[in-house]
Design a binder for this molecule. Structure first.
Ligand SMILES: Nc1nc2c(ncn2[C@@H]2O[C@H](COP(=O)(O)OP(=O)(O)O)[C@@H](O)[C@H]2O)c(=O)[nH]1
Ligand SMILES: [Mg+2]
Length: 214
C-alpha cells in the first residue's frame, strides 16, 4: 500500500494510506539508512504496518526535516515584524533551487504600512502575491484555492502569522499561535515539530518552524 508520512516520532511513523491513518514502524534496513524517513515521504507499507520502501523524493530538507514539498508560501508581515525582504529573496532562491513553487503572502494588511511596492516588485518578476489579514480570516479563501491538491509549507520569520493562517484555513487550532514580543519584535518559537495536516483530500499543509534553510 502506498501512503504519505504525516508525522514522525522516534521509531513511530504516522502514514495516511487512502482514507486510513496508520501508525507504522520501519523495516530494520530503512532504519540503518542514512536518510531517515521524513514527513512528506511517500512510502510503501505492508499488511503489518511496516514501512518497506521510501519512494524517490521530489525534494528534501534538513531544516525543517520534510520531503516532497510542492509549494512554499513565504509569509511577510507589512509590520510587526517589519518585512525582511532579504529573507524573502533567500527563501525564493531556496525554493526555486529545490523544485518548489514560491508564493508570496503579505499578511497583516490591517496594520498601517505601505506595501504596494513589495507587490509590484515581486509580481513584475512573475511571482504570485497574495494579501491577507490572517487574524480576521481575510484572504484565506485565496490560500485555500492555492493549496488544493498540493503539499504546501509556510515559511517566514517568527510572528508574521504563519500559525494564524494555518489555523484559519482549518478553522481550528492545529498550530499554536504565539504573541509577538513587543521588546524584540519577534514571535516566540512556539511551533516545534513538523507535521502535515490534511486540509481536504490530498491537500496537505505543513506548519513548519520559521524558515527553510538550504
Ligand atoms: N494585526 C494583525 N495581527 C496578526 C495577523 N495575523 C496574525 N497576527 C498576530 O501576530 C502574532 C503572531 O502570529 P503567529 O501566527 O503566531 O505567527 P508565526 O510565528 O508566523 O506562526 C499573533 O499575535 C497573531 O494574532 C493579522 O493579519 N493582523
Ligand atoms: Mg507559528
Amino acid at each position: 500500500m502506498k501512503g504519505i508520512v504525516v508525522k514522525v516520532q522516534p521509531n513511530l511513523y504516522t502514514v495516511k494510506v487512502e482514507d486510513k491513518i496508520l501508525e507504522c514502524t520501519a523495516k530494520g534496513l530503512l532504519k540503518l539508512m542514512t536518510k531517515s524517513i521524513l514527513v512528506g515521504d511517500v512510502v510503501l507499507v505492508n499488511d503489518e504496518n511496516t514501512i518497506e520502501k521510501i519512494l524517490p523524493r521530489k525534494n528534501e530538507f534538513v531544516r525543517p526535516p520534510i520531503a516532497n514539498i510542492d509549494q512554499l508560501i513565504i509569509v511577510v508581515a507589512v509590520a510587526d515584524p517589519k518585512p525582511d525582504l532579504m529573507l524573502l529573496d533567500k527563501q525564493i532562491v531556496m525554493a526555486e533551487k529545490n523544485n518548489v513553487e514560491p508564493i508570496i503572502c503579505i499578511n497583516k494588511i490591517d496594520l498601517e504600512a505601505d506595501y504596494a511596492e513589495i507587490i509590484e516588485v515581486y509580481e513584475n518578476i512573475g511571482y504570485q502575491v497574495i494579501t491577507t489579514t490572517a487574524k480576521n480570516g481575510i484572504g484565506i479563501d485565496k490560500i485555500a484555492r492555492i493549496i488544493n491538491n498540493k503539499v504546501t509549507a509556510f515559511s517566514g520569520n517568527s510572528g508574521v502569522g504563519k500559525s494564524t493562517l494555518t489555523n484559519n484555513i482549518f478553522n481550528e487550532e492545529v498550530a499554536i499561535e504565539g504573541e509577538t514580543s513587543a521588546k524584540t519584535q519577534r514571535g516566540k518559537h512556539t511551533t516545534k515539530h513538523v507535521e502535515l495536516y490534511e486540509f481536504a483530500n490530498n491537500s496537505f499543509i505543513a506548519d513548519t518552524p520559521r524558515f527553510f534553510v538550504i
